[in-house]
Design a protein around this ligand. Structure first.
Ligand code: G3P
Length: 220
């Protein structure tokens, strides 16, 4: 399972990248706004800065919602860097645009996915990645992880090549459960990635090892 980081924060992207386990980055307009990245030129520069840090796929989301606008915007984003993947919302013109991008060799990430039916449509259109938002599904008291299981099962039966990119990850347990459910990629906040490191027995064990070493070597 690939690990992407879901942020536009360059420091956090660097920190995750330095762990040596980072395979890519996903952004969206809310995450860009959160970092104060506004204006066309600044947004474009920011995508290039991210591509400089991470040697892996970087999702850049279109703002247009009509076919012509999505295609025009997506072509420009894809031309920025070979690692850019065009992120397109799960709407009618979005699916139409993903089909067009597929025919023209441009890689896509179909975003704002909340159902298996949407996942089937995106795969049929040839999306490279599919982003089911599991945290937001949980937020409305449905089961986000069950959705990943269901899509994984369908994609396996049908032989679809679209990669399931589990998004809206809220904690480290989501990551573990997504791995069990067959997600190809998880895109996570840094806190959820770092949370995987934690176990109280690791801390206690390390403290004991170091204390024993200090005691044994005190007289040397
Ligand atoms: O990748 C999608 C993600 O950014 C949405 O996450 O936490 O806003 O539901 P969240």
């Amino acid at each position: 399972m690939k690990f992407f980081i879901d942020t536009a924060n360059l420091e956090q992207i660097k920190e995750a990248s330095e762990l040596g386990i980072l395979d890519g980055v996903t952004t969206n307009p809310s995450l860009m706004a959160k970092e104060g990245i506004t204006g066309h030129d600044n947004i474009i520069k920011h995508y290039l800065d991210i591509c400089d840090i991470v040697k892996g796929d970087v999702s850049a989301e279109v703002i247009s919602t009509d076919f012509k606008g999505i295609v025009e915007e997506g072509e420009k984003l894809a031309a920025l860097h070979p690692n850019i993947v065009v992120k397109v919302p799960m709407i009618k013109d979005g699916i139409k645009a993903i089909s067009w991008f597929t025919k023209h060799g441009i890689r896509t990430n179909c975003t704002l996915v909340f159902s298996a039916g949407q996942a089937i449509l995106a795969a049929k259109a040839g999306a490279t990645y599919l982003s089911p938002f599991i945290g937001r599904v949980d937020d409305i008291s449905w089961d986000g992880l069950e959705l990943i299981h269901q899509i994984s099962n369908i994609y396996g039966i049908q032989g679809y090549e679209t990669q399931i990119l589990a998004a809206s990850i809220r904690n480290s347990l989501h990551i573990v459960k997504c791995a069990e459910a067959g997600a190809h990629v998880v895109t996570c906040p840094l806190s959820a990635i770092l949370g995987l490191l934690k176990h109280p027995l690791t801390d206690i064990g390390l403290e004991q090892f170091l204390a024993d070493h200090r005691k044994a070597n005190a007289s040397n």
